[in-house]
Write a protein that binds this ligand. Structure first.
Ligand code: ZN
Length: 166
């Protein structure tokens, strides 16, 4: 079965699985869907690993500044525009705007998921690419410790979160 067809076929189960791991790793989704899932840097590796385990692909990364009182003192936050108040931590998240703010998996790579052979391997490879990018960027000169990655999941566009309450 093709990747997106597989997600549709098991929609209810997949949405529950995704939202369980989102909650477990204290992520902060912006909006009603599965894009801009702000994830504490300390949890990003495990979160992506779990997404691979439940066969969910990450297609894009954006960056948010975590404007806590401490970060503001140390790093001069906020570094971006408006954003949500954190549900789990002190402060709020501000959407950053600079040249390497987003990283996207090329459409050609996502299209390979339409061929169901070795699907799990392909999902793992794409998600590893995402994690490497995040780890590399965290070592860049421009990186500040307030910077928090947000993941966009590759799921059917019309999907809304079950637990969207705000
Ligand atoms: Zn900042």
């Amino acid at each position: 079965m093709k990747y997106l067809e597989y997600l549709e076929a098991y929609r209810e189960i997949k949405q529950k699985e995704i939202e369980e791991v989102m909650k477990y790793y204290k992520t902060e989704p912006v909006g009603s869907g599965y894009i801009d899932i702000i994830t504490p840097f300390a949890h990003i590796e495990k979160f992506i690993e779990e997404l691979t385990n439940i066969k969910v692909v990450v297609e894009c990364v954006t960056w948010w500044c975590h404007s806590s009182e401490k970060n503001t003192e140390q790093y001069g936050c906020p570094h971006g525009m408006g954003g949500p108040v954190s549900s789990y931590f002190d402060g709020w998240f501000s959407e950053m705007g600079f040249e390497f703010e987003t990283f996207e998996i090329p459409t050609d790579d996502l299209e390979q998921l339409n061929d169901d052979s070795q699907l799990q391997t392909k999902i793992g490879l794409i998600n590893d690419t995402i994690l490497s990018y995040i780890n590399d960027l965290s070592k860049a000169r421009e990186y500040s410790k307030c910077m928090t990655p947000a993941l966009w999941l590759h799921v059917p566009e019309e999907w809304k979160r079950i637990r969207y309450m705000k």
